[in-house]
Ligand binder design. Structure first.
Ligand SMILES: NC(=O)c1ccc[n+]([C@@H]2O[C@H](COP(=O)([O-])OP(=O)(O)OC[C@H]3O[C@@H](n4cnc5c(N)ncnc54)[C@H](O)[C@@H]3O)[C@@H](O)[C@H]2O)c1
Length: 348
């Protein structure tokens, strides 16, 4: 397969080899030039002709991200568990002239990751953007959590991010080796402020999201020279996942609409994303906050080269004065960025 240089969008889909092995891939997905394609709407954006995968795109943030990328002229492979929700997203994107195919499946399954990349390459001629978004909740305090509640959440979020990233980065690395230079490649992962806060009722979710942040950093470092840019967003949006917590949408414009999150995703997917990697953003409403890295808070040295308990007490008791103690490695600064969302207040 001949490949465009990193700054050259794919000019059209190569629908000549539809994947018989991938469920849900139609014989003739809309591509530029097909009757359902609107070149006037799509051809002017910097993402026109690129190819993106969005996981968990059957509803909520993933559906909004897939629609926004399609509206920007990107060919989109949408993934979710097979069902009418995913079919409806495909229909909706096609109805507005977007180029989309479905590749259903459990995102944490190895074959699904493989099928997603294969679908992008064989249907549209390549892969430029991976949006890892699929997720579930099984909220429970740590002392009540079942084995299955832990495994399900860590599997879908953390393993689900890994599996797709594994196949996407392998494909990009091969292209980079072929061309002898960096390729155009973006991964946008989905973390959560739960990892910053250490949400007490979500130890599985907070741990998985913290893992996704670390995976983001490791992937960004590991694939930098091949051109891959990897960032994570911590969104807030009123969706099926958060509707109960956030309550009904207000009349008029909803500051917590998933559509408020999509501009950053499209931006990171676009050319400007070339200079952004290994970063964590909080995004909702009119807010985009760039998180700083953890800092070294205090350093102590043992006088004789190794610590005695007395010496440790003397050193650490200068810092830990609060009784009861407060969880120290917690970031609550993002909570008041919006006037109201989760109704959370900093923990006592
Ligand atoms: N909504 C928020 O305020 C918020 C806040 C922080 C993080 N997030 C994260 O954003 C992402 C999207 O959340 P949302 O609010 O749109 O939730 P949602 O429940 O509306 O959508 C999640 C989608 O993921 C799909 N999914 C679940 N398991 C899957 C699997 N194994 N394989 C493929 N698809 C699967 C679901 O079917 C669903 O369509 C999640 O990763 C979530 O943790 C959301």
């Amino acid at each position: 397969m001949s490949l465009p240089p990193p700054d050259t969008p794919r000019s059209s889909g190569s629908a000549s080899s539809p994947l018989s092995a991938s469920p849900g891939v139609p014989d003739s997905p809309p591509v530029p030039g097909s009757p359902s394609w609107s070149p006037v709407l799509h051809s002017a954006t910097p993402l026109a002709g690129r190819v993106a995968i969005v996981t968990g795109a059957g509803q909520g943030l993933g559906a909004a991200e897939a629609s926004a990328l399609a509206a920007a002229g990107t060919h989109v492979v949408v993934n979710d568990l097979a069902g009418p929700a995913l079919d409806a997203v495909v229909e909706q994107i096609r109805a507005t002239g977007g180029s989309v195919v479905a590749c259903p499946g459990d995102v944490a399954d190895w074959p699904t990751g493989e099928a997603l990349i294969k679908t992008a390459v064989e249907t549209f001629g390549g892969l430029d953007v991976l949006v890892n978004n699929a997720g579930v909740l099984r909220d429970r305090m740590i002392f009540s959590m079942s084995e299955q509640e832990w495994d399900t959440v860590v599997r879908v979020h953390l393993r689900g991010h890994f599996v797709t990233s594994r196949f996407a980065t392998a494909w990009w690395r091969d292209r980079s080796k072929e061309t002898g230079g960096p390729v155009y490649a973006r991964i946008i992962n989905t973390a959560s402020e739960a990892f910053l806060l250490g949400s007490a009722g979500q130890p599985n979710y907070a741990a998985a999201k913290g893992g996704i942040v670390s995976l983001t950093l490791a992937t960004a470092r590991g694939c930098l020279k091949h051109g891959v840019r990897v960032n994570a967003i911590c969104p807030r949006a009123r969706t099926a996942m958060t509707g109960e917590l956030m309550g009904p949408a207000p009349d008029g414009l909803d500051p917590l609409s998933p559509d408020r999150v999509t501009p950053l995703v499209v931006h990171l997917a676009g050319p400007a994303g070339a200079l952004i990697t290994g970063e964590i953003f909080v995004v909702h409403g009119d807010v985009v906050a760039l998180m700083g890295p953890p800092t070294v808070r205090a350093v102590f040295h043992a006088a004789a080269g190794h610590w005695t308990d007395l010496e440790l007490d003397a050193a650490l008791s200068t810092v830990f004065t609060s009784d009861p103690p407060r969880p120290g490695f917690v970031c609550e600064e993002t909570i008041p960025l919006a006037e109201s969302t989760f109704g959370e207040s900093p923990s006592p």
